[in-house]
Design a protein around this ligand. Structure first.
Ligand code: FES
Length: 132
């Protein structure tokens, strides 16, 4: 695909994002900010049989951060938590598809950072419960 098609994908996702909103209750929720700009993304996830059954994101940010969060939620819906843990930044950046400056990389990867922290939080919580 050419850069311009990717740019249209970003624009489309930022105008009409998938899975925008919140889930209440959720099995886990995590939020974090991009330290460069203070923009915040929150991700809520419902888990069924160790798989992401529903996911939603909310928060404020630039077009790249919002489009990236939308693309990420589509990418992980239905995946196992193990598969989510295995998603690398290259996979998300491949989906975004356009070259990004270091500052824009932080925007694009904010949602992945939030999701990973949430997933690892669940694992640690589960480990702690095993000890009880
Ligand atoms: Fe804040 Fe992109 S400028 S997330």
């Amino acid at each position: 695909m050419t850069d311009s098609i990717y740019r249209e994908i970003i624009l489309e996702h930022s105008k009409n994002p998938s899975n925008r909103g919140t889930l209440d209750p959720a099995d886990f929720t995590y939020e974090d900010t991009n330290p460069l700009c203070g923009d915040e993304i929150r991700i809520d996830v419902r888990v069924r049989d160790d798989h992401v059954s529903e996911i939603a994101f909310s928060g404020q940010g630039c077009a790249i951060s919002q489009a990236s969060a939308s693309i990420l939620t589509e990418l992980v819906e239905g995946k196992s938590l193990d598969e989510v843990r295995g998603i690398g930044k290259e996979e998300l950046l491949d989906e975004i598809g356009i070259p990004l400056s270091p500052a824009r990389l932080k925007c694009a990867l904010l949602s992945l950072k939030v999701l990973k922290a949430g997933v690892y939080g669940v694992e640690h919580a589960a480990e702690e419960l095993e000890d009880v």
